[in-house]
Design a protein around this ligand. Structure first.
Ligand SMILES: [Zn+2]
Ligand SMILES: [Zn+2]
Length: 415
């Protein structure tokens, strides 16, 4: 792989020669780490005294990945961790499209069974025939990133409306399939780990008893008033109203765990249900009478439906890290698996942002000849490439680097 690595390094170096990277705020108090070809973090415990030093490092060493600590330290390069003397830490949330279930994965991902050789589309982890763990070929596309984006906007709403964090919020594209949100206001920087965990509990509705807000009465559920106060109950109610108004039968069937004909019946009655919610703050029984003893079909449906709403509108999942010492991609540096620039984005920029157009690092008309064993259709800068199956092709530099960096292509000839 030496040829590919050298080729990428040369172009990464050109990028760092042509672009001055500002780096994170309070650069001198950050710990840095860098990665090499095929490995995101090969070394950490680095520190830089100035932006100039930092850029010298990028030009001379040309790392494939460059990360920095969300924490600020008195002595960022000291080891072990404790000796660094942490005095503040940004709050960071990461979103990765790889972790989100999206329909497009059926199109661009595939699997193969290492035991019996069976193949298929999508992200299937076990073979149909023999149950062996499959080998996955995973990709990402504008559609997956769109789902991650929606989560970002949801989280921003929680941060601002529920927590009142209005200052120092920055959004960053990770350089591959995700986004990071950084909160750098003084309000949050001193929060200990345990408080950060409590924020996650709130964001995931962990410990929230929905059914104290949507209470079962004799023949109906009571619900918060439509003009009610902020927070989870209001969000759940708004989403409930939205879903009923939308009337997507299949979605309602899945979310409430009922059959499609049953969901159709419900949608036919939705005006009555919506009137009842809006005018009387009650959710009526829909599948026959609700008994006061035991659970009826209506009870089960509403419980499933409300729980599904919570899962759907929770902006993050429980796996979210609260590690104060973690390091994340430096804004505006290159990602060594894509060659994309990890752009810092305003909220307005995020709305329109598509890395396959807006995070491209290399200008000019240079092309590169590569051999691609297998790849789905790839959109880049207004053009579709592929699909590829054991194919040699001359590609524009950004597309070539995208495939070479992720190990999906080999250089052809001597460059
Ligand atoms: Zn198999
Ligand atoms: Zn996708």
């Amino acid at each position: 792989m030496v040829g590919e690595e050298q080729f990428l390094r040369k172009h990464f170096q050109d990028f760092y020669k042509n672009n001055f990277i500002a780096g994170p705020p309070e650069l001198g108090a950050r710990e840095f780490g860098y990665g090499v070809f095929g490995r995101k973090i090969a070394n950490r415990n680095l520190a830089f005294a100035s932006q100039k030093d930092f850029n010298m490092f990028l030009r001379n060493q040309t790392p494939f990945f460059m990360s920095y600590s969300s924490a600020l330290y008195k002595f960022p390069s000291r080891r072990p961790m404790k000796a660094k003397e942490l005095f503040a830490a940004d709050l960071v949330y990461e979103f990765d499209a790889d972790d989100l279930p999206t329909d497009c994965k059926q199109k661009h991902d595939s699997w193969e069974c290492p035991k019996c050789g069976k193949k298929g589309k999508g992200r299937q982890v076990k073979c149909d025939d023999c149950g062996t763990q499959t080998k996955l070929d995973e990709w990402f596309c504008p559609e997956c990133l769109g789902v991650a984006k929606k989560k970002i906007f949801l989280l921003l709403e929680f941060l601002e409306k529920d927590f009142g964090f209005n200052e120092g919020i920055r959004i960053n594209f990770s350089g591959r399939a995700g986004y990071h949100i950084h909160v750098r206001s003084e309000k949050v920087r001193q929060l200990p780990r345990i408080a950060r965990l409590e924020l996650i509990d709130y964001l995931t509705a962990n410990g929230l008893n929905i059914f104290s807000h949507f209470r079962k009465e004799e023949t109906f559920f009571s619900c918060p008033g439509i003009e009610g106060k902020a927070g989870w109950p209001k969000r759940i109610l708004e989403e409930l109203v939205r879903l009923l108004e939308e009337g997507d039968v299949e979605n309602i069937a899945v979310m409430g765990n009922i059959s499609v004909p049953e969901a159709k019946r419900l949608v036919k009655k939705r005006k009555t249900i919506l009137d009842s919610i809006k005018e009387r703050s009650t959710i009526p029984s829909i599948f026959g009478r609700v008994s006061s003893t035991g659970e009826s079909k209506s009870d089960k449906f509403w419980q499933n439906f409300l729980n599904s709403i919570v899962a759907k509108i929770a902006p993050i999942d429980r796996q979210t890290s609260v590690d104060l010492n973690k390091i994340v991609r430096v804004p505006e540096t290159l990602h060594g698996e894509t060659g994309f620039v990890s752009r810092e984005l305003s909220r307005d920029e995020l709305k329109e942002f598509n890395p396959f157009d807006d995070a491209l690092a290399f200008k000019g008309n240079e092309t590169v000849r590569v051999f691609i064993p297998k790849a789905p259709i790839i959109y880049l800068a207004g053009q579709n490439f592929g699909p590829f199956d054991e194919k040699e092709e001359e590609l524009p530099l950004n597309a070539g680097i995208f495939l070479l960096a992720s190990g999906r292509a080999k250089l052809v000839g001597n460059k």
